[in-house]
Design a binder for this molecule. Structure first.
Ligand SMILES: O=c1nc[nH]c2c1ncn2[C@H]1C[C@H](O)[C@@H](COP(=O)(O)OP(=O)(O)OP(=O)(O)O)O1
Ligand SMILES: [Mg+2]
Length: 207
């Protein structure tokens, strides 16, 4: 029987990537919206704390195991900002576009060699809302922030994130390439190892 887990995210770009990343798994990963789960307040001080908050919230509302992703962009020249505040960087009513504009303003005049940055992704998986032994993983992807957006694919800060090994931004990468290299892809690969070690033979919420 197909096992169901809730994906604790309201971000359409992430949900698209996860549906591809989990494509070959024998579990059904359903977005939190299908269970009426609304956004949790991200009050943590780290990606992993926020991922846990989101996963526990989605599990509590849905009654199912839940997986959450908390991710963001840390720019070295900005002391790691916007970091866990990446989605809220441009304040109330923040959008990807406004966040990108704010980032370009913050980096105005900063020379190319000092524009290094990392995407971070923390994943948290809980079997139930009060799971005392969640599965957690963390990964990062190094790049450099361009001076103007390039590319139409992906979401968030992708048009500004230049990936040297590919010679293009993550918004220009074919999605299967982003889904091989990205912080999220690497975190899911770690998660797959943990899943195999920890979940073998475990009944998911009695399913
Ligand atoms: O691969 C990525 N490519 C580009 N940008 C990215 C990526 N991964 C995270 N990001 C940016 C988007 C957002 O500004 C922040 C995530 O914030 P984060 O709170 O984890 O997600 P969110 O609020 O959009 O949705 P949700 O919390 O429901 O999962 O980092
Ligand atoms: Mg969020």
């Amino acid at each position: 029987m197909l096992k169901q887990i809730v994906l604790a995210s309201g971000n359409a770009g992430k949900l698209r990537e996860f549906s591809q990343l989990f494509n070959s798994w024998d579990i059904e990963v359903l977005p939190q919206s299908e269970f009426g789960v609304t956004d949790a307040e991200e009050t943590g001080l780290s990606f992993i704390e926020n991922a846990l908050i989101k996963a526990r919230h989605a599990s509590q509302v849905s009654g199912l195991p839940a997986l959450a992703d908390d991710s963001g962009l840390a720019v070295d020249a900005l002391g790691g900002a916007p970091g866990i505040y990446s989605a809220r960087y441009s304040g109330d009513g923040a959008t990807d576009k406004r966040n990108n504009i704010k980032l370009l303003e913050a980096l105005e005049g900063v020379e190319e060699i000092r524009r290094s940055a990392s995407f971070h992704c923390a994943l948290a998986f809980v079997r139930s809302f009060d799971d005392p032994v969640p599965l957690v993983c963390n990964a990062q992807w190094r790049g450099r922030i361009l001076s103007e957006p390039v590319g139409e694919q992906g979401f968030g800060y992708d048009p500004l994130f230049y990936v040297a090994s590919e010679g293009m931004t993550s918004a220009q990468l074919p999605r299967e390439v982003k889904n091989r290299l990205s912080h999220r892809a690497q975190a899911v690969a770690q998660f797959e190892v943990m899943w195999r070690e920890n979940m073998r033979g475990i009944d998911l919420a009695g399913q």
